[in-house]
Each structure stands twice: as C-alpha cells, then as structure tokens.
Design a protein around this ligand. Structure first.
Ligand code: SAH
Ligand code: SF4
Ligand code: F3S
Length: 467
C-alpha cells in the first residue's frame, strides 16, 4: 500500500477558547500520523468539526456544515479519495447518537475528554466503515496523554488548566458536556507554558470553564498565576473564564502583585437581579458582584471588566431586566457578550413553565446591547492619548499597518514594519473607535512588561459622561 503523504487535516472550531486549545492538541496528536493542516475542505483527507452546544444556534451550525461536507466527501469518493469526517466537542458529547443517526456519513464522534484516543480511532475508521462513537469520560486524563505542541507558537498561547464545571447554573450545558471539575497539576501547566514561551508566545492565557476554581496546587489559581508570571519571557498574562463566587482574597491580591497580569477581567454576571441570580443558581447576589468589582478596582485601579449577560431567562420580569440595565450602568464594562436565553435540552431552566416570549427576549437583548456598545465605545475613546504596550499579533488589513492587542484586549492598528510581529511594542493611542484603537508606534519594547503608570482608572462616571 502506498501512503499518500502528506495527508491534509482541516479543523473547524466553534465555541469557547478551550475548544481552540483542544483543536490545537488534536492537530498535534495527528501530526505524527502525517496530517498537515489545510484550510480547504476539497483537499482534506480528514475534517474535524470541533463543536459547541452552549446555545441552539451554535449546535445547529454543525448539522448545516455536515450537510455541505457530505457533498465534498462524495465528490472525493468519486475521484477515489477517502475523506474521514469527525465531530468533536460539546455537540458530540451531548448528541453523539443523534449525529450518527442524522449524518451516517460521519466516521468518528468523540467527546472532549477522549482526544488522546484520536489516532486509534482514525486507524479504525480507515479500516472499516460505520461510525465510531467515543463519548465516555475515561479514567485516564486526556492531558496526561496528549503530546505537547511542537513548532512555533502564536504570540498568544492558550493553555487549558482546568476543565469541567460543578456549578450547574440553571441554563447551562457545560456540566453535562465537559463533566466534573478537574484541575491539571501546577508543574504540568508551568512546563507547558514554558514550552509555549520558548516557541514564541509572549502572552499566556490560562483557560478553564471555571478557571478561578482551579485547585491543582495549594493556593489555587493565585499560586498558579505567580508561578507562570515567574517564567522568563512572559510579557502578559490573563485567565478566563471566572465565576464571581470564586474570586478569593489571594486572587484579588494577585491583580495588585503581578504587573504582567493584564488589567482586564472577564467576569460573567448574567443578570443584575437577585431574583434571577437565585433562579439561575449562580450562588451570589448583585451586591456581591459589585463588591468583588470594587475590591478589584482597589487592588488595580486601571482594571476594566467585561462580562456575559443573558436576556430573558425563564421567569425574568421587566423589573429584573431593569435591574440588569442598572448594574451595567453602575459598574461600567469595557466590552461584553450578551445572549438571548436559549433553552438547552436536559437543563433545569429549559423545563421551567415561565419561558419569556421571543419578542420580549429580543427587545431586552437589544437594550442591553445598546448600553454595552455605548460603554465599549466610551472606553475606547477614554484611551485616546495614552501610551501603552501592545502585543503585535500580525499584519493589519491595510498595507504597512500592523495589528495588536492593548492591555485591555482592544484591537490596535498602527503603521509599523512587519518584523514587529510577535513582539511587544509601545504606542500612543491617536483615536478610540467603536471596536478598536488607532495608534502611532513609539518604540519597539522587547521583553517589556506593562506598568500601569501612565493610564488612569476607567470609572463609570467617566463613561457615563462620554455616553
Ligand atoms: N463558565 C462561564 C461561562 C460559560 S458559557 C460562567 O460561569 O460564566 C459562556 C456564556 O454563555 C455564559 O456566561 C452565558 O452568558 C452564556 N450562556 C450559557 N448558556 C446559555 C443559554 N442556555 N442561553 C443563553 N446564553 C447562555
Ligand atoms: Fe455553565 Fe454556570 Fe458552570 Fe459557567 S459556572 S460553565 S455558566 S454551569
Ligand atoms: Fe461551547 Fe462546550 Fe465551550 S458548549 S462554550 S464549546 S465548553
């Protein structure tokens, strides 16, 4: 038999950054089998759809994509070429059997805890027809069996340190698709972070569905952040996603103690109404959230916040919605994500009798988003004139310009040579726009750390003025 080399692998990724991490690991585990990346479905010997189940729309995309891939697979078969189709991620976990029923041309269905078994599943799929389904939560942890990445790293290195969730919010599928909370040991995380930095990463993002519940070391996430910050070459550090309930004293103090920890925290609150927070099983009140925000602002005056909001959770009244708008106005967010409540099969909220009508959900979401948009733009404008260090991620669309990320993760564009890619550069912001900043390059600052000296705190008062 003559093996065709190299074989081509296409991975499409939806959902959270943990899926991005998993997609990279799947590429690493398949590289020794001769699979090299491609962007073109037509020439792919294997396609992996790494899916997300968080909202109905996300899950629907999988089936429409599979429909298109079926045609490609058939066209390839006519040319005598085999294409393996695999569905991974949270839809695979939640709807494995449904996928093979609705899309029998899918060869492999594998849940998020089984990626280290991919090579053996590919080998079996190459020998025999018929779908292989692997959605157990196996006893051996996937992280112990997945290879470390090789080759150069992107400037931003995403690193999963914690997986799964035990919180069971009323609306959420994650505890069912990712299983119980699991933390990787500190040494393993630090070794992987070091390897990312050696291969060119300047920013490390510690990931987990509930990253601040990390318990892979005494001292929790704060201890891990200190350990990763101590790796030479780490210019920027952040972590996501956190639960307000798990912001402990040590973690709040880390925001004061670690200058490389970026002054932006993603802290989903979902609602500003205590009644809704209780119905959602979030385990804290709106006042608790405001207190956490205040303590973080005291620890790190220039810190900004982003959050997630859900409009129209079952039982939400006009007064509950008004409380959410009030919380947004009072706290002030630099960017945020907001969603219409989407009933997910098997979650407690999906069966609740008090579903909110679609048009009401839509109207509330629009109000939330209008307010968040105004705040985001005001925040961008409030950066005008500031000097800041940006991580240069690559060329911008306009020729001669490079794109980067500010310490608050705003996209920044400025004239610069492309040799700056992957470096930290110092710029002065010339204009704050709706979704980005325009800037002028001051100097290239290699091995820079960002010290918040030249920027002021972003307070709600400032942003309400601008609004
Ligand atoms: N672990 C994070 C969030 C994970 S899911 C946390 O605890 O906050 C990302 C976001 O998707 C959530 O914050 C929530 O705003 C949104 N989301 C989750 N389930 C949803 C649903 N059924 N309908 C609408 N939005 C949902
Ligand atoms: Fe989902 Fe809640 Fe867990 Fe976040 S904390 S992943 S919203 S169940
Ligand atoms: Fe989606 Fe699963 Fe992440 S449902 S948000 S891919 S944990």
């Amino acid at each position: 038999m003559t093996a065709k080399t190299p074989k081509r692998l296409l991975i499409r990724t939806w959902g959270c950054q943990m899926n991005v991490y998993d997609s990279n690991r799947m590429a690493d585990v398949l590289a020794p089998l001769g699979y090299a990346p491609t962007e073109v479905a037509d020439e792919a010997d294997m396609v992996i759809l790494n899916t997300c189940h968080i909202r109905e729309k996300a899950a629907d995309k999988v089936f429409s994509d599979l429909g298109r891939l079926r045609g490609v697979k058939e066209a390839r078969a006519e040319r005598g070429d085999r294409m393996i189709i695999a569905v991974a991620g949270c839809v695979a976990q939640a709807e494995g059997a449904e996928i093979s029923r609705r899309a029998p041309y899918v060869d492999i269905v594998l849940g998020p805890q089984t990626y280290h078994r991919l090579p053996e599943m590919v080998a079996r799929a190459s020998r025999a027809a018929g779908a292989q389904i692997e959605t157990d939560f196996p006893a051996e942890a996937k992280f112990d069996h997945l290879p470390h990445a090789a080759g150069t790293s992107e400037p931003v290195g995403f690193l999963t340190v914690q997986e799964g969730c035990d919180k069971f919010c009323s609306f959420c599928v994650v505890p069912y698709t990712r299983g119980a909370e699991f933390s990787r040991p500190l040494d393993q995380v630090v070794a992987e972070a070091r390897s990312m930095v050696v291969r060119g990463a300047r920013e490390i993002v510690l990931l987990g569905q509930n990253v601040n519940a990390y318990h892979g070391a005494p001292g929790g996430l704060a201890a891990l952040l200190h350990a990763v910050a101590a790796i030479p070459g780490v210019a920027r550090l952040r972590y996501t996603t956190s639960h307000p309930r798990d912001m402990d004293d040590a973690l709040i103090a880390a925001h004061r103690e670690l200058p490389t920890l970026l002054p932006l925290l993603h802290l989903p609150v979902q609602s500003g109404s205590d009644r809704m927070l209780a119905a959602m099983n979030r385990g804290h009140t709106a006042a608790d959230f405001r207190r956490v925000v205040d303590r973080l602002r005291t620890a790190r005056p220039e810190i900004a916040f982003s959050s997630d909001f859900i409009a129209g959770h079952p039982g939400e009244s006009d007064a509950d919605h008004a409380a959410t708008l009030r919380l947004i106005r009072d706290v002030g967010f630099s960017q945020s994500f907001s969603f219409m409540y989407s009933p997910r099969p098997g979650t407690p909220a999906a069966g609740a009798g008090s579903q909110v009508p679609e048009d009401v959900k839509q109207a509330r979401l629009a109000e939330i988003q209008d307010l968040l948009r105004i705040q985001a733009e005001a925040f961008n404008i409030s950066r005008e004139g500031m000097v800041m260090d940006v991580l240069v991620t690559g060329p911008a669309k306009r020729p001669g310009q490079m794109a980067g990320r500010s310490p608050w993760l705003q996209p920044v564009h400025f004239d610069a040579p492309d040799t700056l890619a992957g470096q930290v550069a110092r710029v002065r912001v010339t204009a704050g726009r709706k979704n980005s900043l325009a800037a002028a390059l001051l100097s290239e600052e290699s091995a820079a750390t960002w010290h918040g000296g030249e920027v002021g705190a972003f307070t709600p008062a400032q942003e309400n003025q601008a609004a």
